[in-house]
Each structure stands twice: as C-alpha cells, then as structure tokens.
Write a protein that binds this ligand. Structure first.
Ligand code: 26V
Length: 808
C-alpha cells in the first residue's frame, strides 16, 4: 500500500522553480538573497534528481518483472563530466529551468558551470564508459555501471613556466548532490594471508587484511527520461573500528592506522601509465571494485533465482579493458568457495557471463602483474588462475594436436614470473571485442593471434560511438536548434535521422546559417581562450584543434613541428597570402611520462615566441589550454574548423574525439587509423583530409631499421625546425632543454614523425586553400555533420546488446 505515494508528493506536480526554492531553503539551508551560484546549482540538482527517482524505481520494477537480462559494465574509469545539464536536458526541463532563473535575474548557464566536473578517468576509455551509460539508458538496456568512487579524480593541470604542474583535484569538497549513499550495501574484500586445505579437501583462504566496499548510486536518465539506470561506485573503508584504547593513550596516528590504509584504496585515480610506483595499490583498486561488483550482482541474482548455473542466461558482464580482468578468477572463487560449486562448472558459468573489450595494442599498456605480487596479495586467486590455465591447456591439447598452449596461457610456464591479464581475460571471456574495424583486425593479427586461431569466433568488432545528447544537443545548442528547425527533433533519440541534412549541403541559405552558428561557437571559444590564457585570437581565423592525452603515438609533436615550420614560412614571406590559423592544443601528460611533459613545455615555449612576434601577428597564434577535461571539450569541439587525428597508423585503437568533432561540423585531418577509417567511409573521401603512412607500412618501418636522421636531412622545413630547437631558438639559447625530443626524433622516431612530416605539411597547405573557399568548406562541414549518424553510441550499444549480451 505504501508503494503508491499520494499524488501530492509526486515531484512532477510541483513546478520546477518551486521545487528549486524549497530545496534551496530546506536542503541547502540558504535563502535566496544569500545564495551563491553553487547553492542554486545544488538546489536545482536536487529538484531535478527528485524528478528522476520515480522513473528510476519504475525502471527497476520493470526489470524485475520482465526478468530482463541484466548488463553490468565494469570500468575502472567513468569520465562522466558535469551531470546537471545532461539531466535537465534528458528530462525535458531545460526551458522551465531557464525560464525560472531568468525571472529571478539569474543565468542558467552560469549555474550549470558552478557544478564541479567529475573526472574519474584518464581519457578515452573512461569517457566511452560514460557515453555508454547514457546510451544504455536511452536504448533501454537494463544496464548498470560499476566503478570506483575516487575521492580525487584525475589531477588538475596547470603550467609553471610552461611546465606541467599536477595538483590534486577535489570534486567532492562541496558534497555530491547526485549520489545516494547506500550504507546497508557493503561487501568485504580480502587480501593476503594463506590458503589451507581442510579435512574435506576444500581450499580455505585465511586473509590477513579485510576492507569494506560501500555503495554510492547515481541515477542515469536516458533521452526523455523513460529509462533510468544506475551508476554504482564503490568507496573503501576499514572493516575495523577506531582503536579507542590507543586513541585514549594519545596515540592518535596509530589508532587511525587501519582506517587510513583502507581508505587509501579509493583515495586517488591512478594517473600514470608508465611507472611501477603504486602498482600494488592499483592492483588492490582493481580487485576491490571488481570483487564488490561481482558479490553485489550475485546477491541481486539470488534474490529471485536459486540456480547459479542459470547466471549466463540472466547476466552479462562487460570488462572495460583488463583492469577488471581479475573478475575471471574472482567469479570462479565466489562460486566455488562461497557457493560450494564445482570448479569446472564454475569456470563454465564465468565464461558464459564475462566479455572483454580491448582498448589498446600498445605493449606497455597491456597489463601484466608480477607473480610474486599476486601470490602475496591474492594467494587463492593465483591457485584458481593456475587451474584455469591447466583446463585451458588441456582444451588446446585435445583440440589441436601438437600445439603448445604456453604462449597463450595467463602464466607462461616457460617464461613464468608474470600474470598476463589480457590472456586471462581472453581465456575467461565469451566474447572479446575491439573498438574499431582496423583495431579489431590488428588484434587478430598481433596480440591475440594465437588465441584467435584457437577460438576463431570469439573476437568481434564493436566500433565506438558517442552520445549525441551531450556531444551535440547540449554542447552546441546553436547547431542543435538549426538542425531541429530543419529536420525536426528525432535525431536526438535516433541519430540516423541526421542524414536528412544531406540535401541541405547544397542549400546556400542553410550553409550560411551553419557557418553563422560556427562563428558564434568560435567567438565563445575565443573568449574562453582569452580568459584562460590571456591570448587574443581572431574568430575568423582557421581554428585547428588537437585535444587528447599527450602521447608520442598521438603525435602532438608532429603538429607542433609543423606549426614551427609554418611560422618560419610566414615570417620569411608574411605577404604571401597566408590563411590565418589558430593552433590549439590541450591535454594532460601522465605525471611520470617525461617525454610527454617535455612536448608540453616545447609547445608552450614555442607559443611564447610565435605569439609575441609582430611579423606573424594576425597570421598565426599557438595556444595550449591547461586542464583539459569534459567541460573544456564541450567548448572546444563546437568551435573547431579542423580536427587533428594524426596518430601513427595502427596505434590509436579508435578515438572518439574524432567523432565529436566531425559531428559538430569540423573537418578532419588524419591518418588511416582507428575509427578515422570508418569516418572516412561515412563522410566520403572528398570531405576528409587523409595523409601519411598506413598501418602495414608503419609496422614494416618499425621492424626494418630506418634512419630518421636521413629523412630529416631530406626534408628541409623539418631540418630547419629541428636545428632551431636544438640550437636554443625556443629556449633562450639553452641547447640542452629539448635534447630529449631532438635525439629521439633523429635517432629512433618509433612513431614515424619524420617520414609523415612532409605529407602532413602538404595536406595542411591544401587545407589552407580549401578553407579560403568558404562556400565549399561549409558544404563539406555540413556533409560531415549529416553523415555521422552511425557514430551514435546508441548504435554501438545496440551492437553490444545484440551480438554480445543478447539483451535486447
Ligand atoms: C592503462 C593504464 C595503465 C596503468 C595506469 C592507468 C591506465 C589507464 C588506462 C589504461 C588503458 C588505456 C587504454 C585507452 O584509454 N584506450 C583508448 O580507448 C578509447 C576508447 O575505446 C579509444 O577511443 C582510444 O583510441 C584508446 O586509446
């Protein structure tokens, strides 16, 4: 009886503005005359959250009633960005919110900007997980995200004399209005100790350390709020209470020791992809959230099922990269040790539920853990991994006579010492997928060649996608309005409709409107640049943008070198009719990635020289914006004319920024890498600028000895720039500062900057020419937007749901 609340309590029956005022006073504890933007933001968030709760509970009830297949997306990272605008937009409350605040002399946009940007991820992998949450809720998949509630997300980046500085980020400092703490949902996670066999022959693990995982839930509403899913993030706390005795003895530090150690597990997002530092902590983070999630989903399953062998029928689990790959032995352990099942059957159940997405082929990013570390932290898991390996080896020997399973096993018996998480994930998964057509092909040919041969049906492709809600409707309201007034609003919930814009590419009036929107976005971006770094840029210049993590394979260096060469050419002949350009970079380097940090310094130093040279004033500006995050992307992407997607072919698994730019009408300059290949197929060869070596050519050069110093000598513009850098032209005569970069390019150049430089220069000059013909350019830009429908994450999620999860 209590389930049906009286109508008067339904938040939908209260005008949004009244609900905001009520929350301002009774939840935030402020009156309107003293409220600052942050208070209004909190009040609005709570009022909108109220509106989501009924739909949230309806969704849960429906899933139970229909016994819908549940999908669990396990990800170490969720780069969700600000949630308020997404929520009001998906709930259809934008106009009402805008109206209420403007009545009171307040600007909704400024209130939205008062929300902290939760950056619980490093880059593409985490942002993909966030787009998938939106799409699962839109498409109607009974999906739940599981991750870590890091107290501190990715570090805040600033520059000191052009060098990257990392400071802790503090998104929770003013509380979090979106989450529901579930103190009753708590699971023990164990580490260390030893394993003994009991009298019945059962393995008994006696851990030396036990911590608790506590749940925090955030509702995620899909488009139009019909379906509301959950993001459940785990926070660590000690299983032991404060040592009161020690505390009363005045030993305050010692008394809190257990708490501090336990809480350290979810304290910070581990940002490095290079150091050995913090490896143990990272391993514990992985085990922590994976085990909590598996215990939680088993608990939920057992609420209305008795037979665990039916788990694969009702549950699909997606492992976002290998970070949660410990799920393979952990699920087996839970079934065997806690639910008294047989090992072989347990492994079959695990292999029926688990699926693994690979996001990189870079050898240094493929996780492997020292055997010694696993043995010390997870002795029971190590036993199970060995058993799985043995079972797998027997399967291979039975199926393929004479085939040595060793190179494919999680622990190579010949070259022991490591647990290879990619192999473990592959062996324990029903399906394994890559994230673009090219990447999936390369997975089959390289890292998983052997495993693919023995399980030819296991690998499949699911090309990444992006949510059109955040990445067009919300970040680019001008373009969204123009599209809606032209073809209606259906594209928001089904991006394939955006192809109805194709004929408008031939319509001059439409192109002019499209151009006017872009100009407004560029003005907004110019104001942002001015306020962030104090550089004045001309909104009519060509805005050329590369924003992503700084990495050698992404080749920000090649872009920077081309910028310096362009500067030389402009300075030599300023009157040659150059197309004015603004080169914009943003992105963080892993704190331990010295060369990436040096590339940032080089760009900042070059910017100082170029931006202060009156000879190129009005022709060239170089900008590096600090602290790139989702909120910055939402301003940068709509203001771009040109999108830089210039990774060394074969190294960018997919890219998703490439899709966001093209959807917002920027043209791409790129290599045939990752999803660029598919973008080219959709937007058409004439509407994208492709250059450079292809993946097989790159591989051939990397394996055969090439001589980058010879290539540099044969490329005069590059030679000049390299000479300038090494002679201290950008470093006040300091010839040592950039030695790391120069030596690397001249002697190794693993990522093929030198052989691609000339082709990159040439295509940039071709782009200059085409940009001058604005009418043709706008036509190409419209065709980019119009042909990007396939790249909706809704399409990607349907692909996973149909081919992998069997959940639609
Ligand atoms: C590895 C590590 C190693 C230890 C330190 C922290 C850390 C964090 C992330 C990773 C894996 C990075 C893999 C990744 O982000 N891949 C990107 O995934 C995107 C979504 O599929 C894709 O668009 C990008 O091309 C790909 O680089």
């Amino acid at each position: 009886k209590l389930e049906k609340l009286p109508e008067s309590l339904d938040p939908k029956n209260v005008p949004l503005g009244e609900a905001v005022l009520r929350h301002l006073v009774y939840s935030v504890g402020k009156d309107a005359s003293h409220a600052v933007r942050r208070d209004w933001c909190a009040a609005l968030s709570l009022a909108v959250r109220d509106r989501m709760v009924d739909g949230w509970m309806d969704t849960t009830r429906r899933i139970y009633k229909e016994k819908a297949k549940r999908v669990y997306y396990l990800s170490m990272e969720f780069m969700i960005g600000r949630l308020l605008e997404d929520a009001i937009s998906n709930m259809g409350l934008t106009a009402e919110a805008k109206g209420f605040f403007s009545e009171h002399g307040l600007d909704l946009q400024e209130i939205l900007e008062a929300e902290p940007d939760p950056a619980l991820g490093n880059g593409g992998l985490g942002r993909l997980a966030a787009c998938f949450l939106d799409s699962m809720a839109t498409v109607g998949v009974a999906g739940m995200g599981y991750g870590i509630r890091y107290e501190h997300g990715i570090f805040r980046q600033s520059f000191q004399d052009g060098w990257q500085l990392e400071e802790p980020e503090d998104w929770l400092i003013f509380g979090n209005n979106w989450e529901f703490h579930r103190p009753e949902v708590s699971y023990p996670i164990s580490f260390g100790g030893s394993v003994q066999q009991d009298a019945q022959g059962k393995m008994v693990w006696t851990p030396s350390e036990r911590i608790l995982a506590g749940a925090f839930d955030t509702p995620i509403a899909g488009w139009q709020g019909k379906h509301v899913n959950t993001l459940r993030l785990w926070s660590a706390r000690s299983a032991e209470t404060l040592n009161l005795h020690q505390f009363n003895q005045g030993e305050f530090m010692a008394a809190s020791r257990q708490q501090v150690l336990a809480e350290s597990i979810t304290k910070v997002l581990y940002p490095g992809d290079h150091t050995a530092e913090g490896r143990e902590l990272r391993l514990k983070q992985e085990v922590f959230f994976t085990s909590a999630s598996l215990q939680d989903l088993l608990h939920r399953f057992l609420l209305d099922n008795k037979d665990l062998t039916a788990l694969p029928k009702h549950v699909a689990i997606q492992l976002n990269d290998t970070h949660p790959a410990i799920a393979v032995p952990e699920l087996v352990r839970l079934l065997v040790d806690e639910h008294d099942m047989e090992f072989v059957q347990s492994f079959e159940i695990a292999r029926g539920c688990l699926n693994y997405t690979n996001h990189t082929l870079l050898p240094e990013a493929l996780e492997k853990w020292p055997l010694e570390l696993i043995e010390r932290c997870l002795p029971r898991h190590l036993q199970i991994i060995r058993e799985i390996d043995n079972l797998f080896a027997a399967e291979i020997r039975a199926k393929f006579e004479g085939k040595d399973p060793a190179p494919m096993q999680a622990i190579d018996p010949h070259h022991g010492g490591w647990v290879r998480m990619g192999n473990l994930a592959f062996i324990g998964a029903k399906r394994v997928n890559g994230v673009s057509a090219l990447h999936t092909e390369l997975m089959k040919q390289t890292v998983f060649k052997d495993l693919h041969e023995v399980y030819p049906d296991r690998i499949l492709n699911q090309t990444n996608g992006i949510t059109p809600r955040r990445w067009l409707k919300e970040c680019n309201p001008g373009l969204a309005e123009l599209i809606t007034e032209t073809i209606g609003e259906d594209w928001v919930g089904d991006l394939s409709h955006i192809s109805e814009l194709v004929p408008y590419a031939e319509d001059k009036a439409f192109r002019d409107k499209f151009k006017a929107v872009k100009l407004e976005n560029k003005k907004r971006l110019a104001a942002y640049i001015q306020s962030e770094v104090g550089i004045k840029v001309d909104p009519t210049a060509l805005f050329d943008i590369q924003i992503k993590r700084i990495h050698e394979y992404k080749r920000q260096l090649m872009n920077a070198l081309e910028t310096m060469a362009l500067y030389n050419a402009m300075k030599a002949d300023p009157k040659a009719g150059w197309q004015p350009r603004v080169k914009i970079f943003a992105g963080k380097a892993a704190p331990s990635y010295t060369l990436a940090k040096l590339i940032i310094k080089l760009i900042n130093d070059a910017a100082k020289v170029i931006n202060n040279d009156p000879d190129v004033d009005g022709l060239l500006k170089l900008v590096f914006l600090p602290n790139y995050n989702v909120s910055a992307a939402e301003i940068l992407i709509p203001g771009a004319d040109l999108s830089e997607q210039i990774s060394t072919a074969g190294f960018e698994a997919s890219g998703t920024g490439n899709m966001k730019f093209a959807l917002n009408g920027a043209l791409t300059v790129g290599t045939l890498d990752g999803a660029n290949v598919e973008i080219k197929e959709h937007v058409g060869d004439d509407n994208i600028f492709i250059f450079g070596l292809e993946a097989d050519e790159v591989a051939a050069r990397q394996h055969g000895g090439c001589q980058p110093w010879v290539t540099v000598a044969e490329t005069p513009r590059l030679q000049e720039v390299v000479t300038q850098i090494s002679s201290g032209f950008y470093s006040n005569g300091d010839t040592e500062r950039f030695k790391g970069i120069v030596d690397n390019v001249l002697a190794h150049d693993y990522f093929q900057v030198t052989p691609d430089f000339q082709a990159y220069w040439d295509i940039q000059r071709k782009i200059d020419g085409e940009f001058k013909d604005q009418d043709t350019w706008q036509r190409m830009a419209v065709l980019n937007t119009a042909n990007m429908g396939w790249f909706s994450a809704d399409r990607t999620i349907r692909g996973y749901a149909n081919d992998i999860w069997k959940a639609l």
